[in-house]
Write a protein that binds this ligand. Structure first.
Ligand code: NBG
Length: 862
């Protein structure tokens, strides 16, 4: 990437480098001498008669849809297809959201409460139309209108492309948290990037290989965003930072790009409250470099504008990305700088002293990606606000909160020094000024933000920890591991109270009411309370416990499951062209492809089952529980082993699904292009789902919660949130197996220094590996690198856990044969999932971390 020198700025350093192009957002009406708000212009009544509210009756809704068909789309009844009808309906719903959004934002501005900001590089939103209709309580009305216009609402919902601005759990968690914040009327905004291309589209080649194509989610326009071309900030990269006095500096030169805001409305459930997700798009500061253009160099002139646009062009896949990529670091700084400038402007509109910043602003750092916000706030406070180091540090360390979701990425220092010279100075100053850690050299080295070596690295997790008021993990076990391993030295220094736990949660609106309407209706009818009552207080599901014993309820429960299985079967038939046995047990594993998640263990277990089936007589086979195994998930494009696992699954599926001896009893499907919308079809249909990471590696997991909420049982390791799920639903309702976390390190050591051949450790697994090598599922040579990871160091402990895994699956079969008992387990599981609502998680953050309160709009619900 070439730095474009802004010649105009040379020799003319600006103290306030970033300025907001002034707009009229964030203001409220003037008041007269009695304190009453003045009507700004024109005749108040004329205005008020014309201002619309939320369209909530069928004729008004129909009018609004038809109006969008005619005007926004310039179409007519005779040339309107499903896509057009979806767009018109979406625009009509969006109008309603904007009405609520405007009121909410004005309300926040007036009330001036403390606000929280959720900085996340990923927001995996999925589709919006269905969710918005349910949250507004207008789904039935829209259904009537759309039916009246000759369309089918469910077909229109299917036309929407997912907003897939995330990789997996971390991004979906951010989306669930926005839903819960809005639903609880909490003043929370999200800040992220508006990637032109979200997570890649996954295609599967005939030989089973994953292929990647760009995700064209913006091709048909996105009705759910509001471009705010008037809300822009300048963001600088490169250049030089000249120290002045009192720890300050002037950063100038280099490249400047523009951040442009796009607002996404986040409607709360059963309330008018509508929050905001602000996504930044990068743009060149000028159309192009005029100097180069005048000098006849058109290509160079365009290059600088391309390089600016490239910043938000694409979402990075998160595994095996070579960290140290300049563009990724640019994304992180671009986003944190624009977000902080915006937050600062909003704070300044309140005209409070800067020392009160942390009384009005809490910023949650979602993993280490936004850590640069810490030195950036320091830079603004030191260089622009001219505070002392002590004042600036006091404000900063009371503003930020840091959630750890995984192990720690680092940035090579030479790149940081070039791209962000001023921030590197501040980081060194934090190291020297704030490093009061006593203790030996080793400990100091471990705690330092700078890791010595060639090249030196910035440890973002250490910086995030030192610069934040509190740090949390995402499940009990994970938070304990954070305290006792990665952050051990910091716990000793700061005291344990800085290190908390907030167990992840999911929104029951999307993950039950929306994706499983049959179950939602059954629950509401049985509990005899309004749907909103249990959807807003999920502990109320406990009221289902007595129903577990009632034969009639069990029947209805089973009927819902069957219809969800049929829906999934229909999806498979239409996408893959094969039929699915809905009488079989549905066993599902869906998540990012990764060695630690051990989809490999699952597929090897499937092969084992297949080999066993082959040895049985037809009469014996009839006694076996028929099973359909579903996989879905994307592998990072550069993650070779993960891609090989996909290839193996696809080829195992090919062989098994066409074997006349066994296909009645065992089939396998790899469903391509996993997404939020696909999860919404798979989860309600599962009888059992797999969460089988090596103990101590899955921070939490959130799909485990989604399956259990929908009455699917869980087979899993003693890892992440599985443990807390078992605590809630009772160990008799989950199928646990495998070694425990404390044993893992020692087992890995044994693998390296005292290896035992697989044949001895697990003859069953050895037999499976040999079949793969021998070419039973296509050229065995292809899979050698994958098999070697197991036969050799076996870092993820497949050889240690395989036998107990198979035993656990046998127990699943046994339990499934007693259908009544199984249904009871399923009901009890759903009933005990109250803890895992994201409403609870957001309450934890709001009270224990951010210290913010609900600010309810007068005249309550939509
Ligand atoms: C993921 C963990 C999951 C966890 C989610 C949400 C990343 C980097 N981490 O176990 O792997 O459930 O975060 O906390 O995606």
């Amino acid at each position: 990437m070439t730095a474009v020198l802004d010649t105009a700025s040379i020799g003319k350093p600006k103290a306030r480098a970033r300025k907001h192009v002034r707009s009229l957002t964030g203001y409220w009406p003037e008041t007269d001498s009695t304190g009453k708000e003045k009507w700004p212009r024109g005749d108040e009544k004329t205005w008020k008669d014309a201002i619309r509210g939320v369209a909530s009756d069928t004729p008004t809704i129909t009018k609004s849809i038809v109006n969008h068909v005619q005007t926004s789309l310039a179409r007519q009844p005779h040339n309107l297809d499903d896509l057009g009808a979806y767009q018109a309906s979406a625009l009509s719903v969006r109008d309603n959201l904007i009405v609520n959004w405007n009121e909410t934002q004005l309300h926040y501005t007036r009330k001036a409460p403390k606000r929280a900001y959720y900085l996340s590089l990923e927001f995996l939103m999925g589709r919006t139309l269905d969710n918005a209709l349910l949250n507004l309580g207008l789904k039935n009305k829209y259904n009537d209108s759309i039916t009246g216009l000759g369309f089918n609402l469910e077909d229109l919902i299917d036309k929407e492309r997912d907003a897939a601005l995330g990789n997996g759990g971390l991004g979906r968690l951010a989306a669930c948290y926005l839903d819960s914040s809005a639903s609880q009327e909490l003043p929370v905004w999200g800040y992220g990037l508006r990637y032109k291309y979200g997570i890649f589209q996954q295609l599967i080649a005939p030989d089973g290989q994953q292929l990647e194509a760009p995700d064209p989610w913006l091709d048909n326009q996105n009705p759910w965003e509001l471009p705010r071309l008037d809300v822009t900030y300048e963001v600088r990269f490169y250049g030089h930072a000249e120290r002045t006095e009192n720890g300050r500096a002037i950063w100038s030169g280099g490249q400047e790009v523009l951040a442009v805001a796009y607002d996404v409305m986040i409607p709360g459930y059963d309330t008018k409250n509508t929050n905001n997700l602000r996504l930044w798009e990068s743009k060149p500061k000028r159309g192009f470099d005029l100097n180069s253009f005048n000098a006849g160099n058109y290509e160079q002139a365009v290059e600088s504008s391309n390089s600016a646009a490239a910043i938000t062009a694409v979402l990075y896949p998160n595994d095996h990305t070579t960290f140290g990529k300049e563009l990724r670091l640019k994304q992180q700084y671009f986003w944190t700088a624009a977000s902080l400038a915006d937050i600062m402007r909003r704070f300044k509109n309140m005209e409070k002293p800067i020392s009160e910043f942390p009384d009005y602003v809490a910023i949650q750092l979602n993993d280490t990606h936004p850590t640069l916000a810490i030195p950036e706030l320091m830079r603004v406070l030191l260089d622009d606000e001219e505070l002392s180091w002590a004042e600036a540090w006091q404000i900063t360390t009371n503003t930020f909160f840091f959630t750890n979701h995984t192990v720690l990425p680092k940035w090579p220092i030479p790149l940081m020094e070039q791209l962000l010279p001023r921030h590197m100075q501040i980081i060194y100053d934090i190291v020297t000024v704030e490093k009061q850690f006593p203790g030996d050299r080793d400990r100091l080295a471990r705690m330092s933000i700078i890791e010595e070596g060639i090249p030196k690295q910035v440890r973002m997790a250490n910086l995030a920890c030192i610069g934040s008021r509190k740090v949390n993990g995402v499940a009990e076990l994970h938070s304990e591991l954070v305290r006792t391993t990665i952050m051990k030295d910091f716990v000793e220094h700061y005291g344990v109270s800085k290190f908390g736990n907030v167990t992840n949660g999911i929104t029951p609106r999307r993950w039950l009411d929306q994706c499983n309407p049959g179950l939602s209706t059954l629950i509401t009818e049985s509990l005899k309370i309004p749907k909103a009552a249990w959807l807003k207080d999920l502990y109320k599901l406990e009221g289902l416990l007595p129903f577990a014993e009632k034969a009639d309820f069990q029947k209805r429960w089973a009927a819902v499951k069957l219809s969800n299985k049929r829906r999934l079967a229909h999806y498979v038939e239409t996408t893959l062209g094969v039929s699915v046995n809905t009488a079989a047990m549905f066993d599902v594993q869906i998540k990012r492809l990764h060695e630690y998640k051990r989809q490999s263990l699952n597929i090897l277990g499937v092969i084992h089952r297949y080999l066993l089936l082959k040895t049985l007589t037809p009469a014996q086979r009839k006694k076996v529980v028929p099973k359909v195994v579903f996989f879905a998930g994307k592998a990072a494009p550069g993650y070779f082993i993960a891609k090989l696992i996909i290839r193996l699954i696809v080829n195992v599926a090919r062989v098994l699904n066409s074997d006349p001896d066994t296909k009645e009893y065992l089939t396998v499907f790899f469903l391509p292009d996993y997404s939020v919308s696909l999860a919404e079809i798979l989860i309600p249909a599962s009888d059992i789902s797999q969460h089988i990471s090596t103990a101590g590696t899955e921070a939490s997991g959130t799909s485990n919660m989604k399956f259990c909420l929908n009455g699917g049982l869980l087979v899993g390791t003693v890892d992440g949130a599985n443990i807390e799920i078992a605590e809630e639903v009772g160990e008799s309702n989950v199928f646990f197996f495998g070694h425990l976390t404390p044993a893992v390190e020692d087992l890995r050591y044994q693998h390296l220094y005292h290896p035992v051949p697989v044949e001895q450790k697990s003859p069953a697994l050895a037999a499976v590996l040999n079949e793969v090598s021998a070419g039973r599922f296509g050229d065995g040579g292809v899979y050698e690198p994958l098999l070697n990871t197991i036969r050799q160091h076996d870092y993820y402990l497949l050889t240690d856990d395989f036998d107990s895994y198979i035993r656990a699956l046998d127990m699943v079969d046994e339990a499934y044969q007693d259908r009544t008992e199984w249904i009871k387990k399923s009901i009890r599981t759903t009933a005990k999932m109250g803890k895992f609502s994201s409403d609870r998680a957001i309450q934890d953050y709001a009270q224990e971390y951010w210290n913010i309160e609900s600010t309810k709009l007068e005249n309550g619900t939509a």
